[in-house]
Ligand binder design. Sequence first.
Ligand SMILES: *Cc1c(COP(=O)(O)O)cnc(C)c1O
Length: 399
Amino acid sequence: MKKQIGFGSLCVHGPEEQRHTRPHQLPIYATSSFCFDSIEQGMEVFLGNQPGHIYSRFGNPTVDAAAGQVARLESHGAGFEASGLLTSSGMAAISTLLMGLLQPGDAILTQGNLYGGTTALFREILQPLDIRFQATGLGRLDQVETCLKKNPGIRLLFFETPANPTLDCFDMAALAELAHKYNCIVVADNTFATPYLQQPLRFGVDFVIHSTTKYLNGHGNSTAGAIIGRDEGQMQEAVLPRLKLLGTNCNPWDAWLLYNGLKTLEVRMERHCRNARQLAQWLHRHPDVEKVNYPGLESHPGHEVAKKQMRDFGGMLSFELKGGLEAGKRFMNRLQLATLTPTLGDVDTLALHPASMSHISVPREVRLQYGITDGLVRISTGIENIEDIIADVEGAMGG
Ligand SMILES: *Cc1c(COP(=O)(O)O)cnc(C)c1O
């Protein structure tokens, strides 16, 4: 090159990164691609003989750091190393994983009260591709076994525990063992619990997916998802190629926000759990409350299973107001500290009235089947001071 380059060329070619000391915090690698020093190095990296990033859709240092951290948390103390990939959302994690694992003609066995988006994905995207699904009560192992016996097309068991919005809990170890007997792959959506409360891979589950948008990020400022597998080979051969071709990768900015959020996961979860338990006990004694759904209460049908497989009972709860639809709406409008929003797992307390919000277009008979009654309110208990949370809920109750 000539000694003196033109002004326009200088504008484009700034100096290279001057890095003599390591950054204390993870940098955001805002780059779509990575460069090679020589064609020989490029060939080796493309062939996979030498480690190296190529293109951010395939992998990026910021994204990989966050993915690796979620994988480490999901396999902490398990005696094996899990492998992780980050996706653009929780839905992207589910669709990418299932498209990597299933073929036309295969079927999925699952529960009726899945996250709404997941059921819609099964029905509207996978079913037309001839990947069918069947829902059954996962609390009844005999029913699960009957389904597996009757339908040999079932190749995958997909579940959530605790499940929205009544916090039903299912025995992960028993389900994984039964499914494996029928050569099924087992996938758990661990969004509600997080690896702080339960690690499905330790109970025999093959893959865990997350909407990291919720508790793992924890601050409501990043949309992303994660796929965690116990088998590195399967992740590399079945999942990563799908992620690359579907383009469901996470971007460095959202990954970076997730990475920062993860640092406080344990302290946040401890506080979420403590606050939720106290709020559940307070609601349980309140005369306007028909029923409280919280696995930490002995009256909850999932209490024993939750005690067996969870470290604590989580930050999510729901309760039924005696006054039905009107009482539910009035309660929501009177809340001052808590925010009306459909998400969950943020540091602030969030409230949802499914009958008039997330499930407004679901026929009443259908939602009643899953315990979504007219007066049901779901609370994602935040990490504020519990006195303020209870005062807010108390102020919103009553005629
Ligand atoms: C939010 C959520 C999802 C979907 O995640 P997105 O990040 O919104 O795509 C999946 N499963 C559960 C249990 C969720 O709460």
